[in-house]
Each structure stands twice: as C-alpha cells, then as structure tokens.
Ligand binder design. Structure first.
Ligand SMILES: Cc1cc2nc3c(=O)[nH]c(=O)nc-3n(C[C@H](O)[C@H](O)[C@H](O)COP(=O)(O)OP(=O)(O)OC[C@H]3O[C@@H](n4cnc5c(N)ncnc54)[C@H](O)[C@@H]3O)c2cc1C
Length: 422
C-alpha cells in the first residue's frame, strides 16, 4: 500500500496498471471503518492490483477534478481508465471485493479467493447494532472492563445520525444536530475501547451458540449477545415506490430535503415523524402537501400546531397513495380518498414517506419470542426468550421508542450482563 499526492497521480495511477485509490480524510469515521478492510485486502490482492491512498484535504484540486465529493471514495483504474463503480460512505468489504474481482481473470479470482482463510474471534459480548441502544450498552460494558464488540451492517449512529435535530435528549440546552449527537455517542464508546466492526455483511447469526458470521469469513463468538438492530421505515407498497426509491422518493428528510430548495414535495403520513420532518422540509421546499389516511393527525399536539401554522403546508386527510410514477423530472402521486374512492394526481418534485417502522429481526425471526407486531419480547433485564441473549432499543416490544428509552435499555442490559459475568 502506498500513499501518494496529486503530483504522483499520473505516474502511479494513470500509468500504474491496475490500481485502487482511496481518497480519505482525517476525522472521518467511515474512513476509519474502511482502513482495516483496505489494508487486509491489500495483503490479498496487492500482487495484482496496486493499493494507493491519497489525502483528500491535502489534494483538493485533484479531488475536484475527479469529481470526488466525499470521504472515503474508492476509485478503480485499469490502464489509465476508471473502471467499476465508485464506492463511498460506509463501504463494505464485499463491495470492494466485487470491484477488485471485476478487474481480474476468473482464474486469478479463484486463486485469491482460495487464500481467504476463515477465522474466529472471541469476545465477552457481541452487540448487534450501533444505534443509541447498542452504543450505550457498549459504553457501559467497556467501562466495566468487559471485552465487547459492536457489529453493524452500516456505520454507527442508527436513526439519530439522519435526524435533523434532536431537542429532547437531556443534557443539551439547545437542540443538537442528530449527526453530532450520534457521532459523540459513538466516539465516547469507541474511545473507551469497544471494538467496532461496522459496514459489514452479516451472513449468519446463531443466538443459541452466540456466534455471528461477518463478511462470510470471520466467526465472532461471545458469551452474551445484545440485539439493538432498531427498525426500518415501512413502505406504502404502492406500485412505483420501489422503483423510485432514491430517485425521487425518500425516507429521510435530513438526507434529502436540501435537494428540494424552492420545490414542491408530497409527504405521506401524519404521525410524529411525518409532522416533524415536514416542518424541517419546508426550510427548503416552497410547498408541501401531506397525505394522511385518517381524518386527523396522529402526531403530538405541539408538533401538530407547528404544521397547522406553517403556510407552506397543506394536508389532504383520508387519502392514501395508490401509485407513484415519474414524468420527466416530476413525480406523480396518485391518491385515493378512502371514503369517496375518488382519485386525484399530485404533481411534485419529490415524495417523502413517513408511515412508521418495522423491527429489523430478519436474522433471528424464528428463534426468538416476538409480540404480535414482530418486536422482540424481553424481561426487565432486557433478556429475551433465549438465555444470554438480550435486546434493547426500538427493536423490542415496548410502548415508547425514543433515544432516551433506547439508551435506558442499553444501560440495563449492560449492567445485567456485567453483573452476570463478574
Ligand atoms: C425521522 C426520525 C426522527 C426521530 N426523532 C427523534 C427525536 O427527536 N428524539 C428522540 O428521542 N427520538 C427520535 N427518533 C427515534 C429514535 O431515533 C430511535 O428511538 C432510536 O434511534 C432507537 O435507537 P436504537 O439503538 O434502538 O436503533 P437505531 O437507531 O434504529 O439503530 C439500529 C442500528 O442497528 C443497525 N442494524 C440494523 N440491522 C442490523 C443487523 N441485522 N445487524 C447489525 N446491525 C444492524 C442499523 O444499521 C443501526 O445502526 C426519531 C426517529 C426517526 C426515524
């Protein structure tokens, strides 16, 4: 692996044959998450593909010229030409391998794959999911000197990292940007010494044996497991939604509202998330139409008042989306009045959907006792129906899902485990 600067780009990269180039930055958690994967893969592929790194902040002109806008960004070159798709953000090992393999012959790929040796790593506690619940459990366990690993299929932070502002987390006088709150939570837990394995593929979870297989070759074993995998937004299921996801339909205001400056948007939903996020979206959008299936909003009173007093927001009650289509750069949302059955088409620049969540339990759906909505049942120590397996945060069966309640669950599970393992 070699560190280069922009003056060496032509010689080392364009004339360098097969090259993978990592634009990294300092103070960049996803860059840190990538570093160990990049290094490990350089040992496997390094004889056939050159692994290079370049400091983005120090080589800004080159980054701009190549259109590199975030860190880390991985670029792949072969014979001076960029090949394969660029990878950014929480880059997974499997994505890098896919791109590297596409640059090599099948025989070479087979030769390299056969060198990948499965291995086992052992900890006291595995935490699945690095949202507020998992991060808090990690912090408490680490401070109790319990050898803990946090495993996440994405980057740490959970939902908080994409919430625009959090005003109800105690300890802060002013509202905190969600990304900052989750960043601070994550850094606190990491600096304590908890091991992170993030942006990984989880291929198998055996709760009875307390084993988790990540990236198909590493088996992580522990004495206890904490599940803190949170929830995923529900889909409306209307035709066109899946096709337009990320192409005009979004589930995250913090991520995408900024692209709707002076534009018109439709929001599906009428609960707390829909109402709060609508308020945020109107910082950018010129007009927002909420479509809600009931005859009144289900958000709390304070949030409702804000929406009713916002001149940019209008609400269509007792309507549900029936289809989403794209016409040019507009999204057409066909809605149906649930009482009269009359239909109308709403033309907008984008659609945001906030209609509740479902628990992330696919990997352990069949092994745990769940409530009627599919959330994991726990006792007062957060222990599930399997001894030694705990669950915390939004994924468990409970009435109120907030950052504070996830943090509380994480605390309880960690303290119960610390006592048991003492
Ligand atoms: C738009 C929005 C706004 C909100 N605003 C507020 C607010 O202002 N105040 C407030 O208190 N609460 C708010 N909430 C609720 C709050 O974000 C959640 O209650 C809290 O994040 C729950 O934390 P958690 O740790 O249980 O799960 P999450 O935050 O959902 O984190 C779960 C983590 O698990 C990971 N994961 C998922 N599947 C797997 C798997 N199979 N293996 C390993 N890891 C996995 C995910 O990548 C994620 O990092 C908001 C929620 C949303 C959606």
């Amino acid at each position: 692996m070699k560190e280069i600067n922009s003056s060496e780009f032509e010689k080392e990269v364009l004339l360098g044959g097969k090259v993978i180039l990592d634009f990294y930055s300092t103070e960049c958690p996803p860059c840190e998450a990538l570093a160990s994967k990049f290094e490990a893969l350089s040992l496997l592929y390094g004889n056939d593909i050159k692994f290079m790194k370049i400091f983005r902040q120090g080589n800004r002109d080159l980054a701009d010229k190549l259109g590199v806008k975030s860190s880390p960004t991985l670029l792949f070159f072969d014979g001076g030409k960029e090949v394969a798709s660029r990878l950014t953000g929480g880059v997974k090992r499997s994505e890098i391998i896919r791109n590297l393999n596409s640059m090599l012959s099948p025989e070479k790929v087979h030769e390299i794959s056969s060198q990948i040796k499965p291995f086992v790593s052992e900890f006291d506690v595995i935490i699945l999911g690095a949202g507020p619940g998992g991060l808090t459990a990690g912090l408490y366990l680490c401070q109790a000197k319990i050898n803990t690993v946090l495993i996440d299929i994405s980057l740490p932070g959970g939902h908080v990292s994409t919430t625009h502002e959090v005003s109800n987390y105690p300890g802060f006088i002013d509202p905190q940007p969600g990304y900052l709150l989750s960043h601070n939570m994550s850094e606190q837990t990491k600096l304590c010494g908890t091991i992170y394995k993030v942006a990984v593929d989880i291929t198998k979870v055996d709760l009875e044996k307390k084993e988790v297989v990540i990236d198909e070759y590493e088996t992580v074993k522990a004495k206890r497991i904490i599940i803190g995998t949170g929830t995923t937004p529900n889909l409306t299921g209307a035709p066109g939604e899946k096709e337009l996801k990320g192409k005009g339909i979004s589930y995250c205001a913090t991520c995408d509202a900024k692209y709707f400056n002076d534009k018109e948007v439709v929001v599906i939903g009428g609960g707390n998330s829909a109402v709060e996020e609508s308020e945020y979206i109107t910082r950018f959008a010129s007009k927002l139409t909420m479509v809600h299936q009931f005859d009144k909003l289900t958000a709390n009173k304070q949030a409702q008042d804000k929406v009713f007093n916002n001149p940019k927001i209008s609400i269509l009650f007792e309507n549900e989306p029936r289809s989403f289509t794209r016409e040019g750069d507009k999204i057409i949302t066909e809605i149906e009045n649930v009482k009269t059955k009359s239909r109308q088409k709403l033309i907008s620049d984008g659609v945001f959907i906030f209609i509740g969540m479902k628990p992330n339990i696919d990997l352990f759906r069949n092994s745990l006792e769940l409530d009627q909505w599919g959330y994991i049942k726990t006792d007062q120590d957060m222990q599930t129906s399997i001894p030694g397996v705990y669950a915390v945060g939004d994924v468990i069966s409970k009435k109120y899902r907030q950052i504070t309640t996830a943090v509380a669950d994480g605390t309880i599970a960690a303290m119960a485990i610390a006592k048991e393992l003492d």
